[in-house]
Design a protein around this ligand. Structure first.
Ligand code: ADP
Ligand code: MG
Length: 703
C-alpha cells in the first residue's frame, strides 16, 4: 500500500491537529491523497499585469494590476463606512473599496508605495472600482513569491476553513510545499504501454500541473490524464467485480417452474403479459439456471407492469424452495404491494407477510420467527427489512422496488442477509441515461420493459396557472360525475414532514374554498399518519368511497389505482422533472383517459418553464430523464448522491460520453486477458484499485 498517499493530513507541514480537524470536517480531506485530489475549481492568469485603461474590456473578470497608492480615505458612518484607496498607474486611476476589515487594510497600506492588486473591476459613476481586492506590497510580493507560477489556483473553502487560514491561498501554500517536497513519492499507476498509447501525461506531472499549471497546455494535459484515471479505475473496478462475481460466487440454481407459477400464470393472471414482460421473465429465468448470482436492474416506465413481472419470478424462486423478499421505499407502497399480492395469491397456500416500521411488536415477533424458520414464503416491507433482527431461513431472491429511492448502502446490507448471496432484482421507473448506466451501474445487467400494457391511452397533460384554477372546477366535477377519482398532490416545501403536513392542511382549506365540490368525499394522506390510518385512507380511495385524495409526495412512487384519472399537482413548479413524471404515472393505469394537471404560480423561473414544457411535450420517461440530466446534471439522478460513486471531480457524465465508452471497452479488454490483474505490467493497476476501493466498504456489489 502506498504509505505516502495514506499519510494523515495532520502530518502535513503547516496543518497540525486543529486544521486537520477542519479539513476533515469541511472538505472530507483526511490524507495526503485527499488533499492532492482537492482540485482547484478555477485558475487565474497571473502572468500578466493589466493597465488601468485596459480594464474597460475586462469588467467583471479577475485581473491583476500594479500601481501606486495616491489617496486613502474612509467615508460614511457605521454600516456604510468604507475605505477607499485610489491606485494610479501610467494610464489612469482605480478606486479600491473595502467595507470590512478596514482597520487591517488601512494599517497595511502606505501612500506613494507600489502595490499589486488582484480582483474584479467594475464601473461605478463612470470610474473604475474594485471591491475587496487582494492587495500586496509590490516589493514584498517579489521577495515572497514562493510559488513561481503563472496561474493561480482557486480552491473551494468554507467559512470555517477561512477562519483558520485555509482560504484558497492557504491551501495552495500547503499543497505547493507538499508537491515540491514529495513530488517523487507520487508513483505512476498506469502501465507504460497505456501512457504511451494514449499519450497521457505522467502522474507526477499531472498532479503537479493540475494545482500549479505552468501553462494552459500543461493544465489541459493534466486534466485529461486525471480525468482518464477517474473513469478508468471506476470501470476497471466495476467490470472486475462483475467478472469475479460471475465466475467465482455461485448463484442459487432455480431450475424449476413449478406449481405456484403455473397455477397463477394459467389460472389467475388477470391479463395477458406484454411481450416486454415476457422477455424480461425469460432473461431472469436464464439467470436462474445459469448457476451465477443474478444482479439485474429492471427498468420500465411508470405503469409498465413491473410488479406483476417481479411477482412471477418470485413464484419461480418459491417453487424451488426459496424465500423471497420485496422491499419498497414507502410504507404506503409496501402496504399496496402486500394487499395486491395477497389478493393475487389468495387461492394459494403461501404465507405472505408485511413488515414495516409500524408493525406491532406481537405481530413482528411472530413474523420474524416464521421468517427465520422458513414458514414465510414472501416477506414484503420497507427498509425495516434491512434490520439485523430480520433473519431468513433460505432467502433466494430479493426484489427492490423503486430502487433509486434507496441508498446503495441500504441495498448492500440486504444483499448480505444470506451467507450465500441471493439473486437480486432492482426495479426502477427512472430510466438511467446510458452514460450513467455505464458508470454507476456498470456491473449490473439491465432488462427493460419498453412497452405499456395494451389499451392504455396516453395521459393528457395540461398546465394551468393559479389565475385560471376556477376553470378547473367543472372539469373535476365532470370526471367525478363519470365515476373517476382524483389525486391532488402538494409539494414538499422543506425536508420536514411537519412543514409538509402544514402545507397539505393549508392546501386542504384552500382546496375547499377554491374547488367547491361539496357532494364529494375528500380525504387526505401523508407520511405522519399511522400505518392503519394510511391503509384506511388508501383503502377508501381504492374502493371508490373517496373521490378526491389530497396527498403529500408520499404517493409519488408506485401507487397503483387504475380508476384514478386525474393527477392535479399544486405548485408544480416546485417539483423536479423526474418527480413530476412519477406523479403523473399514478394515473393512466387503466383503460380510461387520464389527465395530469400542472398548477403553477403565474411567474415562473426559466428552469420551471422548461420542466413544465417537457411535461407537456412528452409522456416518455426516457426522454424526460435525458432532459432532466441536461437540466440538472447527474448529481441528483437515480440516488447517485447517496451512492458516493459519482464522486467525479473532472469527469462530466454527459459531455464525456466518448471517454466513458472508450474506458469501458479498454477496461474490458484488459480484464479479458488478465482478470485478476496479475501480469507484472498490471501490478500498478491492481495496487491502485486496492487503494481506491478496498479501503472503503464494498458498496458496489449491487450497483
Ligand atoms: P409499475 O411498472 O409502474 O410498477 P405496476 O406494476 O404498478 O406498474 O402496473 C401498473 C398497472 O398495470 C397495474 O394495475 C397492473 O396490474 C397493470 N398491468 C400490469 N401488467 C399488465 C398487462 N400485461 N396488461 C394489463 N395490465 C397490466
Ligand atoms: Mg411500481
Amino acid at each position: 500500500m502506498n504509505p505516502f498517499f495514506n499519510t494523515k493530513i495532520t502530518y502535513l507541514k503547516g496543518v497540525g491537529s486543529k486544521r486537520s480537524e477542519i479539513l476533515n470536517k469541511e472538505a472530507a480531506i483526511y490524507t495526503f491523497y485527499d488533499i492532492l485530489h482537492y482540485f482547484p475549481y478555477k485558475y487565474i492568469d497571473k502572468s500578466k499585469f493589466y493597465k488601468i485603461n485596459e480594464l474597460q474590456n475586462n469588467i467583471n473578470s479577475y485581473v491583476q494590476i500594479k500601481g501606486t497608492v495616491v489617496d486613502i480615505q474612509t467615508i460614511g458612518e457605521n454600516r456604510a463606512k468604507r475605505l477607499i484607496v485610489t491606485l494610479q498607474d501610467s494610464t489612469g486611476y482605480i478606486d479600491l473599496v473595502w467595507f470590512n476589515g478596514i482597520n487591517y487594510i488601512e494599517k497595511k497600506i502606505t501612500k506613494q508605495k507600489e502595490y499589486i492588486v488582484f480582483g474584479k473591476p467594475t464601473i461605478f459613476a463612470k470610474a473604475f472600482n474594485m471591491m475587496h481586492p487582494e492587495i500586496t506590497d509590490a516589493e514584498q510580493q517579489e521577495e515572497t513569491q514562493t510559488i513561481p507560477i503563472p496561474f493561480q489556483p482557486f480552491y473551494n473553502t468554507s467559512e470555517a476553513m477561512k477562519r483558520s487560514g485555509l482560504d484558497s491561498k492557504g491551501i495552495s501554500k500547503i499543497l505547493y510545499q507538499l508537491l515540491v517536497s514529495s513530488h517523487q513519492a507520487i508513483e505512476e499507476n498506469l502501465p507504460p504501454y497505456l501512457i504511451e498509447k494514449l499519450k497521457l501525461m505522467d502522474r507526477k506531472n499531472a498532479v503537479f500541473n493540475i494545482h500549479f499549471p505552468q501553462s494552459q497546455k500543461l493544465l489541459k494535459l493534466a486534466q485529461q490524464r486525471l480525468k482518464f484515471e477517474e473513469i478508468f479505475f471506476t470501470q476497471l473496478h466495476l467490470i472486475q467485480n462483475k467478472l469475479i462475481r460471475s465466475t467465482k460466487s455461485k448463484g442459487f440454481l432455480l431450475p424449476k417452474v413449478g406449481t405456484h407459477f403455473n397455477n397463477f400464470y394459467h389460472n389467475y393472471l388477470p391479463f395477458e403479459l406484454t411481450n416486454a414482460q415476457k422477455k424480461v421473465i425469460k432473461e431472469i429465468r436464464s439467470d436462474f439456471i445459469s448457476g451465477k448470482q443474478m444482479n439485474r436492474l429492471l427498468q420500465g416506465d411508470v405503469g409498465s407492469g413491473k410488479t406483476i413481472t417481479s411477482l412471477l419470478v418470485m413464484l419461480i424462486a418459491i417453487d424451488n424452495g426459496y424465500q423471497c423478499c420485496l422491499m419498497a421505499p414507502t410504507e404506503i407502497l409496501a402496504i399496496q404491494h402486500f394487499n395486491s399480492i395477497s389478493k393475487f395469491l389468495n387461492n394459494m397456500d403461501l404465507q405472505i407477510e408485511l413488515l414495516t416500521g409500524s408493525t406491532k411488536a406481537s405481530k413482528r415477533k411472530q413474523l420474524l420467527e416464521d421468517t427465520k424458520n422458513g414458514k414465510t414464503s414472501l416477506l414484503i416491507g420497507t427498509h425495516t427489512l434491512i434490520e439485523n433482527t430480520v433473519v431468513f431461513n433460505k432467502l433466494g431472491l430479493i426484489i427492490i422496488d423503486e430502487q433509486h429511492r434507496f441508498g446503495v448502502e441500504q441495498r448492500a446490507k440486504l444483499w448480505k442477509k444470506n451467507e450465500h448471496p441471493p439473486h437480486v432484482l432492482v426495479m426502477t421507473a427512472t430510466p438511467i441515461p446510458r452514460t450513467l448506466a455505464m458508470t454507476v451501474y456498470g456491473d449490473l445487467d439491465v432488462s427493460v420493459i419498453d412497452e405499456l400494457p395494451q389499451g392504455r391511452k396516453a395521459i393528457i397533460t395540461y398546465h394551468y396557472s393559479q389565475n385560471n384554477r376556477k376553470q378547473l372546477v367543472d372539469f373535476l366535477k365532470k370526471q367525478i360525475h363519470i365515476g373517476r377519482q382524483i389525486f391532488v398532490v402538494y409539494p414538499l416545501i422543506e425536508e420536514s414532514e411537519t412543514l409538509d403536513l402544514k402545507n397539505l392542511m393549508e392546501g386542504y382549506e384552500a382546496f375547499k374554498n377554491n374547488f367547491p365540490l361539496p357532494h364529494y368525499t375528500v380525504d387526505i394522506i401523508h407520511g405522519k399518519m399511522t400505518i392503519a390510518e394510511k391503509d384506511a385512507a388508501m383503502q377508501g380511495f381504492i374502493e371508490g368511497k373517496t373521490h378526491i385524495l389530497l396527498a403529500t409526495t408520499v404517493i409519488e412512487v408506485g401507487v397503483d389505482i387504475p380508476n384514478a384519472t386525474v393527477m392535479l399537482i399544486e405548485n408544480a413548479e416546485r417539483f423536479g422533472l423526474a418527480q413530476l413524471h412519477q406523479l403523473r404515472g399514478r394515473v393512466g393505469r387503466g383503460a380510461n383517459q387520464s389527465y395530469c394537471i400542472l398548477l403553477t404560480g403565474n411567474q415562473l423561473s426559466n428552469d420551471s418553464k422548461k420542466r413544465i414544457q417537457a411535461m407537456l411535450e412528452t409522456n416518455d420517461g426516457f426522454e424526460i430523464a435525458n432532459f432532466d440530466l441536461k437540466l440538472r446534471g447527474p448529481g441528483d439522478l437515480a440516488g447517485t448522491k447517496q451512492s458516493g460513486i459519482i464522486n467525479f471531480k473532472l469527469l462530466d457524465i454527459i459531455k464525456d460520453e466518448k471517454l466513458i465508452v472508450f474506458t469501458r471497452d479498454l477496461a474490458h479488454n484488459i480484464l479479458r486477458n488478465d482478470p485478476l490483474l496479475e501480469k507484472e505490467e498490471h501490478y500498478c493497476l491492481k495496487q491502485q484499485l486496492h487503494f481506491l476501493f478496498n479501503t472503503t466498504k464494498n458498496y458496489y456489489q449491487i450497483s
